[in-house]
Write a protein that binds this ligand. Structure first.
Ligand SMILES: Nc1ncnc2c1ncn2[C@@H]1O[C@H](COP(=O)(O)OP(=O)(O)O)[C@@H](O)[C@H]1O
Ligand SMILES: [Mg+2]
Length: 132
């Protein structure tokens, strides 16, 4: 692995407090950020983390300008063990774990991407998980 310089941009909006499990959300966000950085090549790269209010809850976006995701792969990226990384490099579990965590919070995790331009992963969380 080589050390490289990356830009991290924080665009934090005014958001309400939400009822959540911070340690789990931290894991989900870490998985998204690691993927974003892994999608960048030697030309550089910019990771943007954006928050905004959404309904009574919050929206968190993790955006990169990396290689992007092929349209044919997009429906499979949240599947456990789906990876396009070399054997031994990717476990294919990062997004499956993040998806499960967001589901536990009764939120949604969605991805949009343009190959060669970048990707955006969006978490939407309600103010509090609905009573069961
Ligand atoms: N930000 C991203 N940019 C490009 N591809 C991505 C990004 N995030 C995820 N992917 C794709 O989704 C796949 C699954 O991601 P993940 O579940 O984290 O497993 P892993 O990172 O171990 O491959 C990756 O192998 C990659 O093809
Ligand atoms: Mg990953």
């Amino acid at each position: 692995m080589r050390w490289r310089r990356r830009a991290v941009v924080r665009e934090y909006g005014r958001v309400p407090e939400v009822v959540c499990q911070p340690a789990l959300l931290n894991q989900a966000l870490l998985n998204l950020c690691v993927n974003a950085v892994e999608a960048m090549d030697a030309r550089g790269g910019r990771l943007t983390v954006r928050t905004s209010p959404s309904g009574d809850g919050v929206c968190i976006e993790v955006v990169d300008d990396g290689r992007g995701i092929e349209p044919g792969h997009l429906p499979r990226i949240f599947d456990p063990f789906f990876t396009t990384k070399p054997v031994g490099a990717g476990t294919g579990l990062g997004l499956a774990v993040a998806f499960g965590i967001v589901q536990q919070h009764h939120g949604t995790l969605t991805a949009t991407s343009t190959p060669g331009v970048g990707s955006c992963f969006r978490i939407e969380l309600p103010a509090r998980p609905a009573p069961r």
